[in-house]
Design a protein around this ligand. Structure first.
Ligand SMILES: O=C1O[C@H](COP(=O)(O)O)[C@@H](O)[C@H](O)[C@H]1O
Length: 242
């Protein structure tokens, strides 16, 4: 695991854009395609905009396949949709083709959407070139959740490599999320976290004893150990070891 701390969220996002492009180029050189699971929420917006603007000529975008580590159970036109944010900031500006976009189908019921997404991933992973995801892009909530692995929810103990639907009391909403065992299969995992409001959650995940019910992002422990945290100074401010 590596922790990289930058002066600002802009610098952290730019460093991650570099990492994204380098990882993508390696994947394409080795296997012909680059499969990435995006995070949602607000944190990756700047990264997406940078990739679409300053890095558009640095990656063969027609060889990149997009998944989502989690999705809010809302229509794709809803401002809360993780898909919609990526579409506006990244996919449309780069003219990504529909065949490269593997969005959660929120027109189905939550459980059907999750089952359909599990099947989508199994089909993709079973095809020759693509096992497993090349990159998980993850965020972190101030309550230490990542993807939609929220504190004290049933999905935290789910050992299946799958996508699950759950109702989350804390936000009173349905979510669809990859399980930790699925996320942990990725070749590379990155967290992009910035702002003072996330500092305590960053400290809990990295420095508190393991307690996955309270600090779900501690579940992200791929066997390959290839996890990199991209933090700004504010998010890193409560770490005792930097
Ligand atoms: O709800 C979610 O929250 C986390 C963190 O979002 P942020 O707005 O604080 O950046 C995000 O990583 C996840 O994908 C999303 O669905």
């Amino acid at each position: 695991m590596a922790i990289r701390v930058f002066k600002s969220s802009e610098e952290a996002s730019r460093a991650l854009a570099e990492y994204f492009v380098a990882t993508g180029n390696e994947a394409i050189a080795a296997r012909g395609r680059f499969a990435v699971a995006l995070s949602g929420g607000s944190s990756p917006k700047k990264l997406f905009e940078l990739l679409a603007a300053d890095y558009r000529d640095q990656l063969a975008w027609d060889k990149v396949d997009f998944f989502w580590g989690d999705e809010r159970y809302v229509p794709h036109t809803d401002p809360n949709s993780n898909y919609l944010m990526a579409k506006k900031a990244l996919l449309d500006p780069l003219d990504i083709q529909p065949a490269q976009i593997f969005a959660v189908d929120t027109s189905l019921s939550p459980s059907e959407a999750a089952a359909a997404y599990t099947r989508t991933m199994q089909r993709y992973f079973d095809s020759e070139n693509s096992l497993p995801l090349d990159l998980d892009l993850l965020g972190l909530g101030d309550n230490a959740h990542t993807a939609s692995l929220f504190p004290h929810t049933s999905v935290l103990t789910d050992e299946s490599v799958s996508v699950q639907a759950l109702y989350i009391e804390e936000v009173q909403a349905n979510r669809v999320t990859m399980t930790a065992p699925l996320l942990n299969q990725a070749r590379a995992t990155v967290f992009l976290v910035y702002g003072e409001g996330k500092a305590e959650a960053v400290r809990q995940i990295l420095e508190e004893e393991r307690d996955i019910q309270r600090y779900p992002a501690q579940l992200i422990q791929p066997e390959n150990g290839n996890v990199t945290w991209f933090l700004d100074e504010a998010a890193a401010s409560k770490l005792t070891q930097k």
